[in-house]
Design a protein around this ligand. Sequence first.
Ligand code: ADP
Ligand code: ASP
Ligand code: MG
Length: 454
Amino acid sequence: MAKLIVSKFGGTSMGDAECMLRSSEVAFGRGASLVVVSATSGTTNDLIALGKASESQPWAEAEKILSKIHSRHVKIAADLHLPTESMQRLETLFEEMGSIAKGINLLKDCSVKAMDTLMSLGERMSSVLCTEAMAQVLKRHNSDKKAMWFDVREVLRTDDSFGKARPLTKEVESLSQKKLGFLRDYKTVVVTQGYIGSTEEGMTTTLGRGGSDYSAAILAEGVAADVLEIWTDVAGIATTDPRICPAAKPIDEISFKEASELATFGAKVLHPATLLPAIRKNIPVFVGSSFDADAKGTWIRKEVEDHPLIRAMAMRKKQILVTLSTPEMLHAHGFLFQIFKIFNDHKVSIDAITTSEISVSVTLDDSTLVNKKLIADLSEIADVQVEENLTLISLIGNNINHTPGLAKQIFETISDINVRMICLGASKHNFCFLVSEDQSTQAIQRLHKKFVEA
Ligand code: ADP
Ligand code: ASP
Ligand code: MG
């Protein structure tokens, strides 16, 4: 029986007409039925800049950005000889983009709702273009299948946390079964948008930056896919970010648990939430390069053959360490509860945590600092100290918390680098610690040499 494959293509795989045709060839070659695309490379950043410029700068500034986005898409449309009907669809999206920007400029206010609708245009435009590329590839291969554009907002139901909306899994599943059930006939290749969704009231939402991977996984769960493929600009998950460490090697196979840790602790190649739906439904995930589809790539599965102590490492920059101290914590209970309640009320997520007799330290993304009220609320119950410019380094592998001598080897390798906080014990798969931002690249390079290259 044919497999139902969901394939996601990232921004660089949508870079221009040639990339779109290459990506469509990959999707065709693999037999994908549902193709989920990101905005063309750079467009989401441009749309954010457009929202900000429209809000706070003279209209001429916004017009410049509008024209940059417009010409990028018109060039791809021309290169693909976009048929009239699709060109009209694209023109309608250009008009929508202009009028949202104008509205923001008149009100001098870019609400989170307006920003989400504005950002959604990136994926809505690229998907129109990629549907045409897909149609041309199907024709080239004399395939009986048809390419079809689909508005993912018909199925990707989310809550109303604009900017970082949460998919409502049950609703997505029932809508997908209803509206995309025909995929199992294998007569259509549907091209749709990553990153965006819609509330029950029909408001457009986005899932947070890099969210197209997550969209694809949610859709794979919704249509009960057999395989999820993530096509990007690198040939799979590497032992660390190849941009930081050129000696990084591709990983053939990695477990769901290790890959989840890697994604959560900074490997940008996968959005941190991507594997949740795959784990729930035990859907194997493949990561490969749309530029080199024959390269081996990485399979992420529940069970894998080898379980090395250290398989990979990642880093998360722009971290802060918040230390909360109070003598009242001595012999008292409920202090941690109070602290977590405040973080919960502010919807702030904590990555790593350590405690001592009278203090608790947690790591957070530095964007949290914008939230002055959070710090004020914490200050009501404890002395608050904030350290900035830190990087969380994570070593990912197996049986990490039960391996004698590992910590010694790690810290001997970076003995001249000051380590601010260590988290070991909670996970078999992760050992993480904080170092200052300017020493983080060195630390990763040395640890990679010691534990992976050796
Ligand atoms: P896309 O636009 O396709 O979603 P991203 O830029 O989000 O692509 O993710 C791919 C990038 O992730 C790579 O170019 C690479 O620099 C980075 N990356 C970080 N860590 C890793 C890793 N461990 N393995 C592979 N790539 C990684
Ligand atoms: N286009 C969105 C972004 O740039 C989502 C994605 O590419 O995954 O963040
Ligand atoms: Mg990405």
